[in-house]
Design a protein around this ligand. Structure first.
Ligand SMILES: *Cc1c(COP(=O)(O)O)cnc(C)c1O
Length: 468
């Protein structure tokens, strides 16, 4: 309690030159409010301190905190994060970082007027959905394509269009919840379709679907189980079987693929997921997938399939509420162009990350280790720092059980808890998000983008130098 009376009065703090500058730049009320909060917090903190603290120290700490809080609050909250987790499609970290081509194109289109809805040949009004359709048709082999806000929206639009007021047959093994509260039964309800569950959690046969078909049936639905797998005693109906059942009964087949893969990654060990092309070939009538999962593009919901169904979706009033803007369309076109005529394994960041070999990972980790060692030398706050082999994950609900052999750097601190170290690195800008294992910090190199290494070295250096 000894320090409490050293806290300066609010008026005195507000008269301080630096605070006056804040007031002139930001709103006075806001700065006053922030000052009150910081003073209150300081009071709480000092209540617990028994040794005496210098009055000037208290004053400058308060002023610094007000500055930091005010500036942070006026800087926007989105910021860059360095992903040291080794989870390539991290939904909390914005999923896929975009390809350079996508970014350039987005910048060009976003920063200028453009032909979003103008047919320049005719000088007439055009459709925004025209832009990516041709590319998607060529890439997937589908008859038609449509892009909406995200895959959840794509599923919603598809179900409403094809099955509102009618029944949709789904296997009990596929009634899944995907991260961020996308639940098949709930999306179904929202769309106005009635869910007709068939089979059991672990086994569903094509005969289960067949028996459930009635006058009320509008659609056979299949959802990719993305983020989990049923293993052991299981049976699933293949897309081919479902398609032939649909044909026999004149019912369309809807496939919610989740993470659309446009280029097979079998040779990199990423096996067992069908590509979009394979689903089209198998005869699925409607296929939906995300733009920012395995495709490596912006958030979007991509619908490909039979023209007769997609044409109806294009006329739905709901589409207006799900429509994508010029930024998404340009980023998506830029990404798709890389698949069509470029080099996705080199130019699409997530595809590059997913197809790097363990040797390449080790080399990258070795490089980071050398940089860290050179900068930190014999820093006493570091107990050990070494190269480590680890396993990375695809993330984003793709290949849930697949572990990619990777590499990284393991850091052990002296007199600094892992929580504290990781917490401080997270609070920097850019932030660094790391992994932990046995009370050691791990930084996987798979998910690092060019230039991240140098920044990591500086961040870790500042962290430990403050404590030496
Ligand atoms: C990820 C996923 C979704 C949701 O896609 P968003 O683009 O995040 O809306 C829906 N269905 C499946 C099977 C998924 O994997």
């Amino acid at each position: 309690m000894i320090n409490l009376k050293k806290i300066p009065p609010i008026d005195e703090i507000l008269r301080q030159e630096e605070i006056q500058q804040l007031i002139s730049r930001y709103k006075r009320d806001f700065v006053v409010e922030t000052t009150r909060t910081i003073v209150m917090e300081t009071r709480e903190e000092l209540r617990l301190v028994t040794e005496e603290i210098d009055k000037n120290n208290i004053f400058t700490t308060i002023v610094d905190k007000i500055k930091l809080k005010t500036e942070k609050a006026n800087a926007g909250t989105l910021q860059r994060v360095i992903n040291g987790t080794g989870v390539v499609l991290h939904t909390n970290l914005g999923r896929a970082p975009l390809a350079e081509r996508a970014i350039k194109y987005m910048q060009e289109i976003g920063g200028s007027y453009n032909n979003l809805e103008m047919d320049l040949d005719q000088g007439e009004r055009g459709s925004r959905y025209y832009h990516v359709e041709d590319l998607l048709k060529r890439l997937t082999g589908a008859e038609a394509a449509l892009v909406v806000n995200n895959n959840a929206a794509a599923v919603m639009l598809g179900l409403t269009t094809l099955a509102a007021g009618k029944e949709v047959i789904v296997s009990r093994g596929q009634l899944v919840e995907i991260g961020g509260a996308f639940r098949i039964p709930e999306v179904m309800k929202l769309s106005g379709a009635r869910l007709m569950e068939v089979g059991t959690t672990n086994k569903t046969y094509v005969s289960d679907y067949a028996q459930a078909i009635s006058e009320e049936t509008a659609l056979l639905f299949s959802a990719h189980t993305s983020n989990y797998q049923i293993i052991g005693f299981t049976a699933e109906v293949s897309m081919k079987e479902l398609v032939s059942l649909g044909k026999e009964n004149g019912l369309p087949v809807f496939m919610d693929l989740g993470s659309g893969i446009l280029t097979s990654l079998d040779d990199s060990g990423l096996k067992g997921e069908p590509t979009v092309q394979e689903c089209v070939q198998a005869g699925a009538d409607i296929i939906t997938f995300s733009g920012d999962k395995m495709l490596g593009g912006p958030q979007a919901g991509i619908i490909v399939g039979k023209k007769e169904y997609i044409e109806i979706m294009k006329k739905k009033q709901l589409l207006r509420a799900l429509r994508v803007d010029k930024l998404i369309l340009s980023a998506l076109e830029g990404t798709l162009l890389e698949y069509l005529s470029g080099d996705p394994r080199e130019k699409i960041p997530i595809i590059q990350m997913l197809t790097r070999s363990q040797e390449q990972m080790e080399e990258k980790a070795e490089n980071l280790l050398l940089l860290l060692k050179a900068r930190l030398k014999d820093n006493k706050a570091l107990s050990s720092i070494k190269l480590i082999l680890l396993e990375d994950m695809v993330g984003g609900g793709a290949y849930p059980n697949h572990k990619m052999p990777g590499a990284g750097v393991e850091i052990e601190f002296n007199n600094l808890s892992l929580e504290k170290a990781a917490g401080e690195l997270r609070l920097k800008n850019p932030a660094l998000v790391t992994r932990r294992q046995d009370n050691k910090m791990l930084i996987s190199v798979r998910t690092l983008l060019p230039g991240d290494e140098e920044e990591i070295v500086e961040m870790v250096a500042r962290l430990v130098e403050d404590r030496e």
